[in-house]
Design a protein around this ligand. Sequence first.
Ligand SMILES: Nc1ncnc2c1ncn2[C@@H]1O[C@H](COP(=O)(O)OP(=O)(O)O)[C@@H](O)[C@H]1O
Ligand SMILES: [Mg+2]
Length: 1024
Amino acid sequence: MRVLYLELLVLQVPAVSLGPLIPGEHETDRSHPNEVWGEQVAIGIGVTSELDFSPALDKIEDFLLAHCWCSFRLGHGIRPYGRALAPRIGKTPSPCRATRVTWENGREYDPPMLLGRQAEQAAIDRLVQRARSGQGGGLVLRGEPGIGKSALLAHASQRAEEMGVLRSDGVEAESTLAYATLHRLLRPILDQAGCLPEPQARALRVALGLQAGPAPDQFLVAVAALTLLSEIAGERPLLCLVDDAHWADTPSVQALTFVARRLDAEPVALLLALRDGHDRRVEVAGLPELRLTGLDPEAAAALLDLRWGASISPAVRDRLLREVAGNPLALLELPGALSGHDALPDPLPLVGKLEQAFQERARRHDPATRTVLLLAAAEGSGQLATVRHAAGALGLDPGLLESEGLADLVRIDGPTIAFLHPLVRSGVYHGASPAARRAAHQALADALESQEAGDDRRAWHRAKAATGPDDEVALELEGSAWRTLERAGHGAAAAALERAAELSRSLVDKSRRLVAAADATWHGGDTARARALLDGAERFDAGDAAVRLDIRYLRGLIELHAGVPSDGLAILLPAARQAVRLKHRRAPRMLLAAGDAAFHAGEDVAGEIGQLMAGLPADGEPGQAALIRLHQMVSPPGRAADPVQLRRDLAGVEELDDPEALVRAGNLAHQLGHAALARRLRAKAVARARALGAAGTLAWALHYLVLDELVCGRLAWAQASAVEGWRLALETGQPNVACQHQAALAGLAVLRGEAEQAHRLAEGALAEATVRRLVGAAVAARHALAESAFLAGRPEEAIEQLEGLLRLVPLGHRGIGLYAVPDLVEAAVRAGQTERGRQWHARHLAWAEGASSAQARALAARSRALLASGAEADRRFQEALRLHAQTDRPLDHARTALLYGEFLRRDRRRAEARPPLRTALEIFEQLGASAWTQRARRELRATGQTVRKRHPSNLDQLTSQELQIVRAVGEGLTDREVAAQLFISPRTVDYHLRKIFRKLEIRSRAELIRRAPAGSASASREVL
Ligand SMILES: Nc1ncnc2c1ncn2[C@@H]1O[C@H](COP(=O)(O)OP(=O)(O)O)[C@@H](O)[C@H]1O
Ligand SMILES: [Mg+2]
């Protein structure tokens, strides 16, 4: 089947320079004179027959094709004219479009048309259109090779009129080079990185290897990329295309998905195309996906006929249609490989068949040409100069790459060389013998020797050229890994370290490098892989004590954050014991981590940790030393406090800068009863984590802030922080932290009276907490379920939940008792089981009557009141209210007031009941605790008082993200500072601010700042 004629349109190339070039440029039988419209030239290339050219340009434009890929697709060796001619006439490539193709059988094929992809095209069009109007987003195109992902990306870029288009393709050879894909995407706009806030600009430059500096947090790099894209898109909406994302390096993928999740208010669309079931797992969680399946039978048949017409037998045609399941690449390419055969080569899977077809195409060339092709395939990233250099070194003619005959395999475009389809590359590569592949990599490594900044690539080529263990190569690769880590490229560094381990001769080196790989992987957020690497490290155990400790420390940390904290404790504590004995540098950290694990597992080993801490040398970092001394204070039996030292240490920890240390210091201060200091430390931890762009630590630090906000009754703020923390915890691979946030969100939903959502969140958190034995989260989730049941009038169920909760903690855990037993007593009384309530009170709460904390005594007095009657009850209620007034826990205060009011009303003292009920109502309303508000209102009505419905505060309408913005603006930050703190772009801040202004009916920032601290909202109904 031959093309009868093909028309191409080359825009904006002066006619004069083209004329003489045309005859030699193609394999046509005859060329046609050019037709000229002003500056624009149409070149018609009649393949066999006459040119039938429509003179009306706009009409031609209608069925213009995407760029040159159409002519490749037709597979007739027709060169992409626009690009092929451009270098010869000294012009930048101009778009070259085939306008019409007529086949021998008289049918016409309109190349711009993608067959059978209407729905997918429409989805892409919508995305692009939304981005244009400022509501961008990300979309993942997923499908097997040849299914048409790249073709759809081309469609997207056609639709991007008047938008800026940035593009970057993942290439296999660069999948181990940190930020290679991101770098390529941002390259055209990097010169504008100066518009970023300084820390972001620095982080981005360091990550991309453009500047030296301390390793930035990888999330700071991602937020820098987001901000840069957002700024550029301010001038012109942007379309970002990332093809073959399954080969993009892990740090780039993480940054890009982070960006894609934050594009709602940006004129930016980000499309990622990736292979299904590829052996490199790419995490693109949280992005919408479009899964491409084969063309429907009708479209598949049409494509086959258009391309092959009658040149294939009906039997082959039927079999193809049956077996390739509508894969367009197979439909276009396989019949060519079958010439002569009547059947498909069995039984390879489709990808294998396609690769084989391309291999055969390559095999038609002479050995020298095949070797240069292999060099290009092994080089893999398309740098023509490197390939040519390597070819020259092997004594081959580098010019072979440009030979006409290769046009159906590779395309040369300026300084780059690309394969027509990735399967062509993999076909060529895997078609070569292992020895030939190694030789190619060696030649490429040598070629890179002379190139600056080729170090990482060279190390990798050398590693691929190695036949067996090779310490020198391993060392070079390890060096590359450390450089990568300095650029926050954890995922990529891990790959280098893993390969370095494989190449290492000694067991110690092997296991040491595997631990380092595991550490990098873990920091890159891939827990499962990190665990597998640690298993490997253990398998190569060479008895090195330091390496073994490193393995246990990392295992413990992983369990603590993403696994089962009690297992983490079982690993960390003995390891810490040994570390203390060996005076290992990590001993203090291990002890602190063991303390965290014990906390989450609800296990009481503070005594032993305290003792071990006493064995640490006193000359550690000053901040850490203070932390350790404070730790010993809270560890039973509690070291007799030296008041001067204590004061000094408490002041000392305020000077800490490291957010993790600040969180720990906050917890210790809390346990030592210094609530205000604890709050300051936690707030500072959050602020520092934000300033460093340390999203992982921020997620964790936010949890403690949430607890603080909760006890202070600042429900809206608690909600805002919990939502942010929950999202960040998931994004940073810390499911345990996410679970805690989720449990807190469940409790908040209960208070807001959103029973259904509360139930869903609490059940989810409880299930997860049970599997991982997360005591803190399980307690919070059960508490939420109990409160919810109680409020819904099912006190028996509440009792059951609360008793379940108390079974989770070792007997005598006073903090938890204080948190749950007052509710349990209330539920028991309501269920008519006063005796049961009395027992719980005696077991868990009686101690509180003599406690020094007003809060504990207030709650104990309230429970006593509930268990008593008559004057005794009255007296106890009043005592409780007096004590509550000395605390800053309004929610508990209001609940006691409500109970007292109910008691008085039942005692027929209606007038006396009103004041406490009014107090309760007022506080509940102020906090936004709607579930309780309703109750208080009902009670108040029952006393005969008319109750006006309070207008919800305007702040109630704000989402949690808007609230976070209000808070940050309230602190006097600029938009850009707010953006940096919240990991969003300044434009998104601006977008939300406009919404906030509208919702609050205010006009100025000053007004917002005035209103910000009130914060009585019951914000955020967004469903998680
Ligand atoms: N819907 C379609 N109609 C016609 N040709 C198509 C269609 N989808 C893909 N093709 C062609 O099939 C070949 C493989 O498509 P490509 O987009 O490169 O696949 P992928 O990127 O998924 O590997 C290309 O030549 C492309 O032009
Ligand atoms: Mg593709």
